[in-house]
Design a protein around this ligand. Structure first.
Ligand code: TRP
Ligand code: ZN
Length: 478
């Protein structure tokens, strides 16, 4: 919803070279010397995040995505693990500049038609980019509805570390988990957390399968052997947290102690032991509310699939678990709803603010359960050898291949524990709740966190954060 535009940075990528060639030949700029007249220019192909240069787009702020998806999972084995996806994405956006052209991210799928405010417009596709030419051109501040009709064959995409992500085709459906830049594998999107939006979904799948998205289930309707599942997600959400997971799920619905409606989707093959960690969800919500403030969204729940992407993801309001949901992981993904989802990283380099908090939250949960203490877990991390990547990684600049590394999780959690000891419990939990309250619904960066820590504690923490967040060495004194 609220976009915080980055400074323009020139990236040397094939996509951009292509884009700027088109820009140079479009010549759609107002004549010089006409003050006050719009000066139309193309939107940038990326949001300006140096870790993922083509993720997100310049010049647009998406307010709402309405995703109408029709999905056919793979035919029975031994047919290849490929599905068929047909989509109509209705995207309400606001132009942030005078635009003669703008991009959305779209990868591996083909657009067949694009309209802007009801008029068919020209478009082209380049790797990761759908390039739209609105006519009439868009003026800064103008709202527009963009409808993209698209589709294609779904596969099992991987991120830059070769981990499965995006629309991951499974035998009985799809696992849809898109951190950090995988949403473009299933819908045309401004794929950067600085642009949060509301979502609605209508997902049609073969009768017998369940399509699970974010937010609240409005209903399902079956006709001619196909079932359409309708979901509404009214809380502003970063694109990577959207899901439309399809499988053989049993839905379990109940209300948490704090009143939040819970919708769990459990693959029918899961044994009670594989989902035992979910039993304490309601108690965990109350536990984290005491530390982070009110649960920020309209609903919660888990998806536990029979297939695996190799990790769990904090998909907003509906955390995804591969194969099974252990209690620690359930606590970790739930804590992300405040830390990572409601308050999102301003740049991917800031991801320790997601993972450090979620890891530290699970330390506190384990202490609450009496199995260990946060101090013991902190000591365990501090006992790692000086040569460990926990210490050789600069926490606040882990690099694009380091965003899911051990430093981001464990050094991040250790930083938070050390900070708690440094400023005391009262200031630390004031900081946690104020962080969520002030930046919730938007994004925040490491510098925002340092500034708020100093504000609330009244201490000069420059040396503390230098040692913990900016040095590629093991902290010894701080
Ligand atoms: N953000 C996820 C979590 O901590 C983890 C995650 C997403 C991940 N993509 C990944 C971990 C790829 C390893 C590899 O809950
Ligand atoms: Zn996490």
């Amino acid at each position: 919803m609220s976009a915080r535009p980055f400074r323009r940075i020139a990236f040397v990528t094939a996509g951009l070279v292509l884009a700027s060639t088109v820009a140079a030949s479009s010549g759609a700029v107002a004549a010089p010397g006409s003050p006050g007249e719009p000066r139309y220019a193309p939107g940038d192909p990326g949001a300006g995040d140096p870790y993922f240069p083509l993720a997100g787009n310049g010049g647009i702020d998406v307010v709402h995505y309405d995703l109408d998806l029709d999905y056919a999972p793979p035919a029975a084995a031994p047919a290849p693990l490929e599905g068929t996806l047909a989509g109509v994405a209705t995207i309400d956006l606001v132009a942030l500049a005078d635009l003669d052209r703008f991009n959305l991210d779209l990868r591996g799928l083909t657009a067949s038609a694009v309209t802007v405010n009801g008029k068919r417009v020209a478009f082209t596709q380049a790797p990761n980019e759908l390039v739209v030419t609105p006519r009439p051109k868009l003026k800064a501040g103008q709202a527009a509805t963009v409808v993209v009709t698209y589709g294609g064959t779904t596969t099992r995409p991987t991120d830059i570390e070769d981990a499965l992500y995006g629309w991951v085709t499974t035998r009985d459906g799809a696992m849809v988990v898109s951190e950090p830049d995988g949403s473009a594998t299933w819908f045309p999107v401004n794929d950067h957390p600085t642009d949060k939006s509301t979502y609605s979904f209508e997902i049609t799948v073969p009768e017998g399968l369940t399509a699970v998205a974010n937010g609240l289930l409005l209903g399902s309707e079956t006709a001619a052997g196909r079932t359409t599942w309708t979901w509404d997600a009214p809380d502003p959400m970063a694109a990577y947290l959207a899901t439309a997971t399809v499988g053989n799920f049993r839905l379990e619905q109940y209300t948490a102690a704090n009143g939040t409606p819970i919708i769990d989707a459990i693959d029918v093959t899961r044994s009670p032991g594989q989902v035992a960690g979910l039993a304490r969800t309601s108690e965990m919500i109350s536990f984290f509310e005491e530390r982070f403030g009110p649960y920020p969204f309209v609903s919660y729940g888990a998806i536990v699939d029979n297939d695996t992407v190799g990790y769990a993801l904090e998909t907003q309001t509906r955390s995804f678990f591969s194969s099974s949901a252990s209690e620690n992981t359930v606590a970790h993904e739930l804590a992300h709803q405040w830390m990572g989802d409601h308050v999102s990283p301003g740049r991917w380099a800031d991801i320790w603010l997601n993972e450090g908090w979620a890891t530290y939250a699970s330390w506190m949960w384990r202490e609450h359960r009496g199995t260990t203490t946060a101090q013991t877990l902190f000591t365990g991390v501090m006992n790692r050898a000086a040569t460990s990547s926990t210490w050789s990684t600069v926490l606040a600049e882990p690099g694009p291949l380091g965003i899911f590394g051990t430093a981001v999780y464990d050094r991040g959690a250790a930083l938070l524990h050390a900070l708690r000891v440094e400023i005391g419990d009262e200031a630390f939990f004031d900081l946690a709740t104020e962080w969520v309250d002030r930046f919730g619904g938007g994004t925040a960066t490491t510098s925002d966190f340092i500034a708020l820590s100093e504000d609330i504690s009244g201490q000069d923490l420059d040396q503390f954060f230098q040692v913990w967040a900016y040095e590629p060495t093991k902290p010894t004194t701080w």
